[in-house]
Design a protein around this ligand. Structure first.
Ligand code: NAD
Length: 361
């Protein structure tokens, strides 16, 4: 079967990672990426051999004058692809929608866009089938993706009466030197925060309420969860094992000593390049085993969210759903294999027997 031809418009934090992931898939072909201006990310595209196209109000001469070859305009790219992943800044995707529709190209948008930019909102573990055959999908934001994944595990344990999430949000991505706060904690005073309603674009009747504060860190977000079920759960171990059994979760064992985001991102750096993992990223939800507690009907857990990469596998699966290339479990497995996420999940268990190797005589 012919590969689905993919273009990526907007080659920043999310776009460059999605392009790398698409390039790894056997059933997808990365045709090119589009940028408005030359810069270190345009250079990266050329160095990786991705054909570069000029988007928005950019000019070809600005790229060629600094030695970056250009394969055409965004219009040329759209004429060569079946689907475009729009990873431009918030609200630019909605502007671009006209171009995609005029070119009869399907589109995957990101979570910075309002939900009605696309035919549906998408999160692979939660609603893969709802994305089947769609001409456009919106992959929900990093925070919403993390909550939707957790909900896909939690809702299998029992009916939820109420779920409170406090989101401790990173102030900026690591490269964004001009954003803050650099000191202080800034609460999002509009309650509930927009995350709860956004989760309901995936789980319409989920009784969830969210509140958020922004803190001066760039590494990850952390979510503090309290779920009240209608009936008592079996216990803490049951919930821990449910997270462990799910794709796209990485549990941090107490013996690892990685009790906060600095150590967790150090794990990401250590894993970079292992088993196909493209970079120092953590597309999995991070759950600290020691921070999971079940007390009758009440469950508590923390999640770490690597905002720069958590939505990357979801973009790949969104394309497979739209073109009906695979069912949900098969697509998730293929994506995770290509990104080395399946191996990472089992790594602690594999590590234990090594500790028992007998010393040399
Ligand atoms: P970014 O600023 O890192 O990258 C956006 C890129 O698009 C930049 O390279 C910019 O030059 C380029 N661009 C600007 N206007 C353009 C245009 N008209 N045509 C083509 N390219 C254009 O932004 P990002 O963080 O990658 O965010 C992209 C989307 O992903 C947003 O909707 C955002 O809300 C969402 N998202 C971001 C994160 C995150 O933590 N960074 C996480 C999940 C989802």
């Amino acid at each position: 079967m012919a590969k689905v031809r993919v273009g990526v418009n907007g080659f920043g934090t999310i776009g460059k990672r999605v392009a790398d992931a698409v390039a790894l898939q056997a059933d997808l072909e990365l045709v090119g990426v589009a940028k408005t201006r030359p810069g270190f990310e345009a250079r990266r595209a050329v160095e990786r051999g991705y054909p570069l196209y000029v988007a928005g109000n950019g000019s070809k001469e600005k790229f060629t004058s600094v030695g970056l070859p250009v394969s055409g305009t965004l219009g040329d790219l759209l004429a060569r692809v079946d689907v475009v992943v729009d990873a431009t800044p918030e609200d630019v995707g909605r502007e671009n929608r006209k171009l995609y529709e005029a070119a009869h190209v399907r589109a995957v948008y990101q979570g910075g866009e309002e939900a009605d930019v696309a035919e549906g909102s998408f999160s692979a573990l939660a609603n893969f089938d709802a994305g089947r055959g769609k001409r456009s999908l919106r992959v929900v934001s990093c925070n919403t993706t993390a909550i939707a994944r957790a909900a896909s595990v939690v809702l299998k344990r029992g009916e939820v009466e109420h779920w409170d999430v406090t989101l401790v949000r990173r102030a900026a991505d690591p490269w964004e030197a001009k954003r803050g706060p650099i000191d202080g904690i800034v609460p999002t005073l509009d309650l509930p925060s927009h995350h709860g309603p956004d989760v309901r674009t995936i789980f319409p009747s989920l009784p969830i309420a969210t509140a958020a504060v922004v803190v001066p860190t760039t590494l990850m977000h952390v979510h503090v969860n309290h779920v009240r079920f209608r009936r008592a759960l079996g216990g803490t171990d049951e919930l821990v094992e449910a997270f462990r059994a799910s794709p796209r979760f990485r549990l941090i064992a107490p013996w690892e000593g990685a009790d906060g985001t600095p150590q967790v991102m150090e794990i990401a750096r250590d894993l970079a390049g292992k088993g196909g993992r493209p970079g120092p990223d953590l597309p999995e939800n991070i759950v600290w085993e020691r921070g999971v507690r079940v007390d009758g009907r009440d469950a508590y857990f923390f999640q770490g969210v690597h905002q720069e990469s958590i939505v990357v596998p979801e973009n790949v699966d969104a394309i497979r759903a739209m073109f009906e290339l695979a069912d949900g479990p098969a697509s998730i497995a293929a994506t995770d294999r290509s990104l080395g996420l399946d191996r990472a999940r089992t790594a602690p268990a594999q590590a234990r027997p090594m500790a028992r190797v007998a010393p040399r005589k």
